[in-house]
Design a protein around this ligand. Structure first.
Ligand code: SF4
Length: 420
């Protein structure tokens, strides 16, 4: 099979590990929990077996399209174990998977290898063993550093667990540590958010991802069918979200975002994407590949891949995933069910603009003017103080690159909808 025009081999690999000890009621990630995640009925070992088969099949397909890794095909620059809770996998398993990835896809020297971990005592894994297995970056799902908020979110860990997990990761020599935090929690005041932010900064992480809590309905969005990339929402989670929604507040969320952006800028952080801040040199190379629209491979239930032309995804349902890759004796392993879409050139260009505007590198003024209603959108964004030149001394009217201001980041959804 030869590659479609414009298709490129991946520079990054995403591995989805769909297990958590329990499911948080706001979570829309592809997750199975309870007895599937630990104990005698755990599905983790079977999943790893299937993952190994999928990695082999995906590598075969890439070899057929682009030739084997080597002089004509660059090695991967990053691998990202996301979830779920990938820290539930033994460090030895992560090491074996990385060896396989290196053998079949090629892994560049100094590649960034991120693993998402939960801070709880029984789910954070052994950072020293993870570092020895090849993990260079740990991303902790802290979410809040206030006990009451963590309890309300259905999280298993306490604030002290976050501090312990970060200290252990540092002591183990993990070179880069991220904390995920959530704002716009139901009833969360600005002062509450500041308390979490300041407690997080006191732990000296290298990277912060700050997300507003979103309470979506993937069923209503048609994402949960047999080939969908989401799992249906349980009735309990649906009821929780309905109770939580009235406690959110758009204006308060804007104030929380604004406060964080100012505080982190003053403290020397690089706000390199709408939701992401890094100490210089700790920007996530893997996530930058997404925002720069570089090609990436992906394995695991619900995982999305992109080859520069076509987006493809695996369906979310674990049993369908396992059934395809680990058929009954006599059967032939097959790639799991899923879907794909080829973006038309106009949509691809708009997507590139939007992803570029999410980052502080911004986009070329000409590219913005070339988009659907680009000229009117630029005039509107300028009048509202939503964009600025990337180089401060430049005039927006003549500058080569334009990016969002903090106000523009807050109103980015409206700006992006005008470009689509
Ligand atoms: S720990 Fe993370 S991935 Fe797991 S259920 Fe909670 S929010 Fe979802």
């Amino acid at each position: 099979m030869s590659a479609a025009p414009g298709a490129r081999p991946p520079v990054a690999l995403y591995v989805h590990v769909p297990f958590c000890l329990s499911v948080c009621p706001y979570c829309d990630f592809v997750v199975v929990a309870g007895s599937a995640a630990r104990g005698p009925a755990s599905r983790i070992a079977t999943f790893v077996e299937a993952l190994i088969v999928e990695l082999g099949l995906r590598a075969d397909a890439l070899d057929a399209r682009f030739g084997p890794p080597g002089p004509g095909r660059p090695p991967l620059e990053s691998v990202y174990f996301g979830g779920g809770t990938p820290s539930l996998l033994a460090a030895g398993t992560i090491g074996d998977l990385l060896d396989l990835v290196d053998e079949r896809f090629g892994l560049a020297p100094g590649a960034e290898v991120t693993l998402e971990a939960n801070p709880g005592t029984d789910e954070r894994g052994d950072p020293r063993a993870l570092r020895e297995a090849g993990v260079t970056r740990l991303s902790f799902g802290a979410q809040s550093l206030r006990s009451a908020e963590l309890r309300a979110l259905g999280r298993r860990h306490r604030p002290v667990d976050v501090a312990t997990a970060v200290a252990a990761a540092r002591a183990a020599g993990i070179g880069s540590i991220n904390l995920d935090l959530l704002y716009d929690l139901p009833g969360q005041s600005l002062a509450d958010w500041i308390e979490t932010l300041e407690a997080a900064l006191a732990l000296r992480p290298d990277h912060l991802s700050l997300y507003a809590l979103t309470l979506d309905d993937p069923d209503a969005e048609g994402l949960t069918g047999p080939t969908g990339d989401h799992l249906p929402v349980t009735s309990g989670a649906r009821a929780w979200r309905e109770r939580a929604r009235p406690g959110q507040d758009e204006d308060r969320a804007a104030a929380q975002y604004h406060y964080a952006a100012s505080l982190l800028a003053e403290d020397g952080w690089h706000g390199y994407e709408i939701s992401n801040w890094a100490r210089p040199g700790h920007e996530s190379r893997h996530n930058l590949a997404y925002w720069e629209r570089r090609p990436y491979e992906a394995v695991g239930p619900g995982a999305h891949a992109f080859d520069g032309v076509v987006r493809r995804w695996n369906a979310a349902r674990l049993e369908d995933y396992l059934g395809a890759l680990l058929p009954a004796p006599g059967g032939t392993p097959a790639l799991p069910p899923g879907g794909q879409e080829r973006l038309d050139p106009a949509t691809a260009a708009a997507e590139e603009l939007i992803l570029g505007l999410r980052t502080d590198r911004g986009v070329g003024r000409e590219a913005l003017l070339g988009a659907r209603s680009g000229s009117a959108t630029l005039d509107w964004a300028l009048a509202g103080g939503l964009v600025e030149p990337v180089t401060p001394s430049d005039e927006v009217a003549v500058t080569a690159r334009i990016r969002l201001t903090t106000r523009g980041r807050l109103l980015s959804n409206e700006l992006f909808s005008r470009l689509l």
